[in-house]
Design a protein around this ligand. Structure first.
Ligand code: UGA
Length: 435
């Protein structure tokens, strides 16, 4: 099939290049010429494991092509819309980019051909039917369900393992306007493992599934973070990771997303939870559980500051080695990273920051500029530090030679095994763990 992807150079859009592995021809439409040119050279504009290999192979064989021109997708059977839906001040999502993209898509539709437009961007329930459909109809002079049709196909991939998640999803959700559009989009995924459940539903339910899933995962994280903070208060040591492991063995709970830490960040959870809260308000229903989840999440990074102060006392002129800047490992993404409020507070309290991250230095510089020092290795970072702060669970930190560390350790994300650290005679403080 011919597949067009609008927002094709962004995190979600670019992974659709993987569809070329299933025999489809993919055209990625992006706004930035620099990114488009990179893709056409087989180079990924974002850091994502395994993506560059797929791009390179499929660009070379002519199955993937990037462009800034919408006209290049005029012949596509299926057009995915993957543009960003940023937050507004009140937490609701800003639909101007997706509406603009939809109008451009509408204008380039071929007069004769039946296209299926698929919304993949994360949009609050009701958006595709009430906001996107009218824009497409108005600017194409076509009628939905007759001359073209519409689906909503949410994406559940995680940054860092996006390619793996895209190729092996736990489900494929296809919200459809009608049966015909469903069968077209089903064909896009025909080559995927037949055992993966296909969920056929309506447009609004598909949108709801995406928000409820992300919100539920956020609930799990804030919940375990509160339990972690409580665990630290008992006389006899309680390790929240041991607790999480035990409760996770109950299949009703499951082992995932129970890693206590510095709170959830990234471009999805905070934004999506806020958007659903805002939509609830608009519809006259207060999502009080989610409101509390966000309050807990906003406070959680500061727990690390308390732990540092327990170890160091006053922070004035102390040197703090910060290992990990990205909102999680295997990405260079700094969006809503909990490391940002932590570093800001430490700087405000007079500490000197030496920071290292295998991928996120460039994006961190956009936030902190020269106010902190950037190191090119963990060794350089920890050298001469008064405390070593672990904030992202990169593999290279887990494998660090502990005998090189000469100062106390504060672990925000249980990167290290506390019992191993203690064997080296080092002071260790960690979220949800007590000496
Ligand atoms: C998340 C979802 O996991 C994806 O399924 C979804 O497609 C994506 O959002 C999206 O909506 O686009 P992502 O933001 O890439 O993916 O990253 P996650 O691995 O979910 O982590 C999110 C945040 O939660 C990170 O800051 C991470 O450190 C934190 N987290 C995660 C914890 O603190 N504890 C955990 O146990 C798990």
């Amino acid at each position: 099939m011919n597949i067009g992807v609008v927002g094709g150079t962004g995190y979600v859009g670019i992974t659709l290049a993987c569809l070329a592995d299933f025999g489809h021809d993919v055209v990625l439409v992006g706004r930035t010429k620099k990114k488009v040119d990179l893709i056409n050279k087989g180079v990924s504009p974002i850091y994502e494991l395994g993506l560059e290999k797929i791009l390179k192979m499929n660009v070379e064989s002519g199955k993937v092509h990037a462009t800034t021109d919408y006209k290049d997708i005029g012949d596509a059977d299926v057009i995915f819309i993957c543009v960003g839906t940023p937050s507004r001040e009140d937490g609701s999502i800003n639909l101007s980019d997706i509406k603009e993209a939809s109008s451009q898509v509408a204008r380039c539709l071929s007069k004769e051909k039946y296209h299926v437009i698929v919304v993949k961007s994360t949009v609050v329930p009701g958006t595709t039917i009430h906001e996107i459909k009218p824009v497409l109809e108005k600017h194409s002079d076509k009628k939905c369900g007759q001359d073209f049709s519409l689906c909503m196909n949410p994406e559940f991939l995680r940054e860092g393992v996006a390619v793996e998640d895209f190729l092996n999803p736990d489900k494929i959700v296809i919200g459809c306007y009608d049966d015909k559009s469903y069968s077209v989009v089903e064909r896009v995924y025909e080559g995927f493992d037949k055992k993966i459940p296909r969920i056929k539903t309506n447009l609004t339910t598909a949108e709801m599934i995406k928000y409820v899933q992300n919100s539920f995962l956020a609930v799990k994280i804030s919940f375990i973070n509160q339990m972690a903070n409580l665990s630290e208060r008992y006389d006899e040591p309680v390790d929240v990771y041991e607790v999480a492991h035990a409760i996770g063995l109950d299949p009703r709970i499951g082992p995932h997303f129970l890693r206590a830490g510095i709170g959830f960040g990234g471009s999805c959870f905070p934004k999506d939870v806020r958007a659903l809260i805002a939509q609830g308000k608009e519809l006259g229903y207060n999502l009080t559980i989610l409101e509390e989840i966000m309050r807990v999440n906003e406070k959680q990074p500061y727990r690390v500051i308390e732990l540092i102060k327990e170890v160091l006392g006053d922070l004035e002129n102390k040197t703090i080695a910060v290992l990990g800047l990205a909102f999680k490992s295997d990405t260079d993404d700094m969006r809503e990273s909990p490391t940002i409020p932590i570093i800001k507070t430490l700087v405000k309290d007079g500490a000197k920051i030496k920071a290292y991250d295998p991928q996120a230095e460039e994006n961190t510089k956009k936030i902190f500029g020269d106010s902190i020092e950037y190191c090119s290795s963990p060794d350089e970072c920890i050298n001469g530090a008064d405390v070593c702060l672990f904030l992202t669970e990169w593999k290279e930190f887990k494998n660090l030679n502990l005998s090189k560390i000469k100062c106390p350790i504060v672990d925000g994300k249980r990167v290290l095994d506390p019992n191993e650290v203690k064997k080296h005679g080092l002071v260790y403080r960690g979220i949800g763990w007590k000496n």
